[in-house]
Design a protein around this ligand. Structure first.
Ligand code: NAP
Length: 213
């Protein structure tokens, strides 16, 4: 790509978020790796990518999605570092087994904070800048459990389902949904992560039905 676009990836310390960060960095993106403990995660990412500590194409940002102050601080740091990101990948997640009657409310709270309320808060903080830029992508990494519902992982499944619901609601009608199995970020970028054919949601902020510039 001619000019490096910035992508924010949550949960970039390990797993799919880490793999996405490495892949997109290698593909020329400017990667903002959001994670709970950058002191631990960034050295690993730098080692995996070969990026130096001062490489401005690999930026670590502290983010804890269950902490409102952390989300606000992360959004501010992101905008100061890269301006409006081109893409925001909501990848961070937690998992736990258990049916409704087996799981306590604190687990439900953590699930919904991590998978729904935190991502919505981060989106609300970054979306005005992305809209002002007139382009961008928001990617939601969901799960087959969120698509179909799986009773044995009720809190996880329902939180993922709620995250997907955000893409359908009228209140978010200016987020535009593309088929889940399309490559994310843009047509030319190779897909970095695919958890299942129906669990990857890509929202475009480039072609609104209502006007924004
Ligand atoms: N792996 C699969 O088979 C699979 C299947 C379907 C969907 N998914 C979805 O794909 C995504 C990535 O999965 P994964 O397997 O790569 O997960 P993972 O290896 O467990 O990594 C989860 C990431 O999320 C971060 N995280 C957890 N709670 C957080 C919080 N409160 N604030 C910020 N970051 C937080 C973790 O940070 P720490 O390192 O600090 O804990 C870690 O970086 C998740 O959304 C998951 O639900 C995965």
């Amino acid at each position: 790509m001619a000019e490096s676009r910035a992508v924010v990836i949550t949960g970039a310390s390990r797993g799919l978020g880490f793999a996405s960060a490495v892949r997109l960095y290698r593909d020329g993106w400017r990667v903002v790796a959001a994670m709970r403990t950058p002191d631990c995660g960034m050295p690993l990412l730098q080692k995996a990518t070969g990026a130096g500590i001062d490489d401005d194409r690999l930026i670590g940002v502290q983010l804890d999605l269950i902490d409102a102050a952390s989300i606000a601080a992360a959004a501010k740091t992101i905008e100061e570092a890269v301006g409006a990101p081109y893409a925001l990948v909501h990848n961070a997640g937690i998992s736990a087994a258990g049916m409704v009657e087996e799981t306590d409310l604190q687990l439900w709270q953590n699930m919904f904070d991590t998978h729904l309320l935190g991502p919505v808060a981060l989106t609300k903080a970054l979306l005005p800048g992305m809209r002002a830029a007139g382009q961008g992508r928001i990617v939601l990494v969901s799960s087959a459990g969120g698509v179909r519902g799986q009773p044995s992982i009720a809190p996880y499944s329902d939180a993922k389902g709620a995250l997907q619901g955000v893409t359908y609601h009228k209140s978010s009608s200016r987020w535009h949904f593309s088929p889940a199995h399309q490559p994310y970020l843009d047509e030319s970028a190779s897909i970095a992560v695919r958890t299942s054919t129906k669990s990857l949601r890509q929202l475009s902020v480039t072609r609104p039905r209502t006007a924004f510039k």
